[in-house]
Design a protein around this ligand. Structure first.
Ligand code: SDX
Length: 440
């Protein structure tokens, strides 16, 4: 089902707004979806009653129709096109999940092979793009490079920017999914002064990425299959997540008809924040700062202290008021990776498990329904595999590109979609006369 096959088009239920201040009333339609809360269609509210709604942070606002991802925050359920994340992360792979997000159905063998071949054929970046890297400081944060270089793709690929042309939309999609790992690995190689490694179509999407990250000209490199699988699973878990901050950013940028490369660059910028995708890097810094399980109570107390800006990074979520199903999978994957690397008793992992245990037994966290989220364990896996913490959010941006571009397509295809332009409650000065300098 796509967003255009909307349920309950012949809707009858309504909700009545009674405006006692101006002695008026208005019936608003209640629209039902396939699953999840019904929505109140407020589109005529301003025109008929001269009111705006007020919802900073959009805690109670549905910004669009979507058929891609469904989350039940109370039950800790995450599904893509109806398939549970637990099944996709254990039985599928990132390329297949990307296809599912984009086209709505699991591919058959031929469809999957063609899609994967298409993505691999677009993993190279224009040689001139390589010069961009030399303009960055060696200590530039890789996310700064990602925002810059992905945005700059629109300075190169002019044959895939006309959003009214389905062929160009498809080509931009394949280019973005194919090139993100290459651009990311180049950002890492640039930071450590090693030569860039060209992509290889002989390897899987994830194996190719690991080779571009960790191989050096002096030695042969064969990806460790356990680690390759762990990264692919991590990519599946990060691929899409409904209308989160960065996805909403991509949709809003796309609603102005900006080109797809610019929209994804906007999504990368939004993801970078520590309240969002930047949390995985912040979790590792927090675990290192805590250092020992004896200090956990001190940090739990700080997290509960309203006067202290400190928050327990990797905990809490706008939607999940239960355990983030992705965090469960990542906790198990962390154990597998550390065991494969011979560091099953890795201190940071032990500390994270202890921190989770203590937090989940704490009244504050129980009452506020604060559980580990996707970012709590991912950094432990990545650090163990040799990724620097500065690359953690990049590892979120790579797979989330599949979700962002799928949501971008859906937004463009939605007949009721128009340019996003929220209003405000104005709390500034009323009209006043200009005051000349000598009278100030
Ligand atoms: C991601 O939206 C998505 O789907 C995002 C994501 C995706 O896949 O795209 O899932 C990825 O961004 C995961 C979240 C990663 N961020 C963090 O781990 C940072 C730490 N978490 C918090 O900053 C916070 O929980 C948020 C930002 C994730 C959610 O914030 P909300 O929904 O706006 O909730 P809130 O800030 O209003 O908090 C509700 C209450 C507050 O207390 P009160 O003011 O009600 O007394 O819970 C408290 C908060 O102080 N609280 C925390 C806390 N998170 C919330 N207290 C201590 N530690 C925390 N981590």
């Amino acid at each position: 089902m796509t967003a255009s096959d909307k349920p309950n088009s012949g809707n009858t239920d309504t909700i009545t707004v009674i405006d006692n201040k101006n002695n008026q009333r208005l019936d608003l339609d209640i629209l039902t979806g396939e699953m999840g809360p019904d929505v109140i269609d407020i589109r005529k509210l301003y025109h008929d009653l001269d009111y705006f709604t007020y919802d900073p942070g959009f805690t109670s606002t549905a910004s669009c129709d979507s058929a891609i991802t469904y989350i039940d925050g109370e039950k800790g359920v995450l599904m893509h096109r109806g398939y549970k994340i637990e099944e996709l992360s254990s039985q599928s792979n990132f390329i297949e999940v990307s296809y599912l997000l984009l086209y709505g159905e699991l591919p058959n063998e031929q469809e999957l092979a063609e899609f994967e071949k298409d993505v691999k054929r677009h993993s190279l970046v224009d040689e001139q793009l390589i010069r961009f890297y030399n303009g960055f400081r060696r200590d530039a944060h890789p996310m700064a490079i990602m925002v810059g270089v992905v945005g700059a793709l629109s300075a190169f690929y002019h044959d895939s920017q006309d959003i009214s042309d389905p062929k160009q939309r498809h080509l931009a999609t394949i280019r973005l999914i194919g090139k993100m790992p290459t651009i990311a690995a180049m950002a890492y190689k640039y930071a450590i002064g090693q030569p860039f490694v060209y992509p290889s179509s002989e390897l899987s999407y994830t194996g190719n990425f690991l080779r571009m990250m960790f191989s050096v000209p002096a030695e042969d490199y064969v990806p460790n299959p356990v680690l390759e699988r762990a990264i692919d699973c991590l990519f599946v878990l990060h691929a899409d997540h409904e209308q989160n901050a960065s996805t909403s950013t991509v949709r809003l940028a796309g609603s102005s008809q900006a080109n797809p490369f610019a929209c994804i660059a906007a999504g990368i910028a939004s993801l970078w924040g520590p309240a969002h995708g930047g949390a995985n890097e912040a979790v590792l810094k927090m675990l290192i700062e805590i250092g020992h399980k004896d200090r956990i109570p001190e940090f739990i107390a700080r997290a509960k202290d309203k006067k202290d800006p400190f928050r327990l990074m990797g905990f809490g979520h706008r939607v999940y008021k239960n355990y983030d199903p992705r965090a469960k999978v990542l906790r198990d994957s962390a154990h597998d990776v550390l065991s494969e690397l011979g560091i099953a008793d890795q201190p940071l992992f032990e500390l994270a498990l202890e921190l989770e245990k203590i937090a989940l037994e704490d009244e504050y966290f129980i009452k506020k329904k604060l559980f580990p989220n996707v970012d709590f364990y991912s950094g432990i896996i990545l650090q163990a595999m040799g990724f620097p913490s500065s690359m953690f959010t990049v590892m979120f941006a790579i797979p989330r590109t599949a979700g962002w571009i799928s949501q971008w397509h859906e937004m463009l295809g939605d007949p009721v979609q128009k340019i996003g332009r929220p209003r405000q409650r104005y709390i500034g000065h009323g009209p006043r006369e200009y005051v000349s300098m000598d009278e100030r």
